[in-house]
Design a protein around this ligand. Structure first.
Ligand code: FNR
Length: 391
């Protein structure tokens, strides 16, 4: 970017904030995650807020994801020459400027009218990789067009209509995505008390179905034109959204079928990580879907070391579920993750101010990560390991 601001994300963002401060301006989007979340509560409809913030059952796993991060402590080292820090890395063959991508989050039209287009615009302004969801409110082709040269991966919800799943894979490959993230932890939607209490499922309002309605295979399943027969199309969507009968044999088939590297998401058990790699996975995403699937499940970060031990030498390991600030990302990277996915924080940025809100949240997050890296005494994210953790 041609401007007078420093290049490194940390000093850059600080300079920006304090320069604006001299002109009497303070940041529009709250820096504190807790304040950001409560501001989003005011900005969103109650149903949309509950859909984003909520989790499975008692939400004990949503809470546990955060508590577990608190149990790891960073151990900074001094005088290590950290003036220039390298945040770039390569994950599953994709070159990233930061060890961070935006997690796949569906139905963004319930958050902001700009939806995934706004998110992709912010990602492209920051050259921050994005994983586009199957359940987006914008087609995968339009999201990719907005991303331009910025790395994009496509997240597959494996439909019970297997020809439809194939069509999604073909479209993602054709559109230029660089990897296929296959979410394994959602063979069915979980019991989510908040959504049930409100009797709210965004797909019934035709939010989050753009990829389906635009798909020729999907269209061939609906009598007449999808646009004229939206009710039948929504029913078809509900019928084919997921497939609880899938097994590792199907996953193996997908790895053979796909020309893109396949990266399963939602892996928590090291045995599943090993099975995925055996089947041909190019990496794994350690995740519990932000506590939205199995109430009472272990925190994702508690399982990260075991998964890294099992497959970290063979493939790249990504992580999400509970990343809120730079320190969380540093801990996950220190535990062996090669990159992290940022979830709810950017969604709240979108709620507050569309693309600008996503950009601001991400700029703050990357700045915090960059400064934290240097303050730990490390000048390259690829060098982070357990030596920066206490105990
Ligand atoms: C998600 N997540 C998700 N994952 C996925 O594979 N496909 C999807 O469409 C969605 N949709 C989605 C919607 C909303 C509103 C949320 C909050 C999450 C899960 C997401 O990719 C990621 O795993 C979690 O967001 C990580 O948890 P935290 O860090 O956001 O708490």
């Amino acid at each position: 970017m041609a401007d007078d601001l420093p290049d490194q994300p940390g000093p850059r963002r600080m300079t920006q904030v304090f320069t604006d401060g001299m002109a009497g301006e303070t940041p529009g989007v709250p820096l504190s995650y807790e304040v950001l979340e409560s501001a989003a509560l005011d900005a969103l409809s109650p149903s949309a807020y509950d859909y984003v913030a909520g989790g499975a059952g008692s939400e004990s796993t949503v809470d546990r994801n955060r508590e577990a991060f608190g149990e790891y402590r960073l151990l900074p080292r001094m005088l290590r020459g950290v003036g220039e820090r390298d945040l770039s890395t390569t994950v599953c063959g994709t070159e990233l400027n930061h060890p961070v991508m935006l997690a796949p989050v569906g139905v963004q039209s319930i958050i902001h009218e700009g939806a995934e287009r706004a998110t992709a615009r912010a990602a492209s302004e920051l050259d921050l990789g994005m994983v586009a969801s199957s359940a987006a409110s914008t087609t995968l082709e339009d999201i990719h067009a907005e991303l331009g040269e910025t790395p994009g991966w496509f997240q597959l919800y494996w439909s019970s209509d297997h020809e439809l799943a194939e069509s999604f894979v073909d479209r993602a490959t054709e559109a230029g995505y660089e990897a296929l993230v296959v979410t394994l932890d959602t063979p069915m939607l979980a019991w989510r008390e908040r959504d049930m209490q409100r009797a709210y499922l965004p797909f019934l309002d035709r939010d989050g179905v753009a990829n389906y309605f635009a798909d020729p295979t999907f269209q061939s399943r609906v009598d007449g034109d999808v646009a004229d027969n939206k009710r039948a199309a929504v029913e078809e969507f509900l019928e084919v959204f997921s497939d609880p009968t899938l097994t590792w044999d199907d996953f193996e088939w997908l790895c053979e079928y796909s020309d893109l590297p396949v990266v399963p998401k939602g892996v928590l058990h090291p045995g599943d990580a090993e099975r995925a790699v055996e089947a041909g996975a190019a990496g794994v995403v350690v995740s519990n879907h932000g506590g939205r699937q199995v109430d009472g499940a272990v925190a994702a970060v508690e399982q990260l070391p075991a998964v890294v031990d099992a497959v970290g030498d063979e493939v790249d390991v990504l992580f999400d579920s509970g990343i809120r600030r730079g320190a969380d990302a540093l801990k996950a990277l220190a535990l062996g993750a090669d990159a992290v996915l940022l979830g709810r924080p950017y969604v709240y940025g979108l709620a507050l101010d569309g693309a600008d809100g996503v950009r601001e949240v991400c700029e703050n997050f990357l700045a915090d990560l960059d400064l934290g890296l240097g303050l730990l005494g490390c000048d390259d994210v690829d060098d982070l390991d357990e030596s920066v953790l206490a105990g």
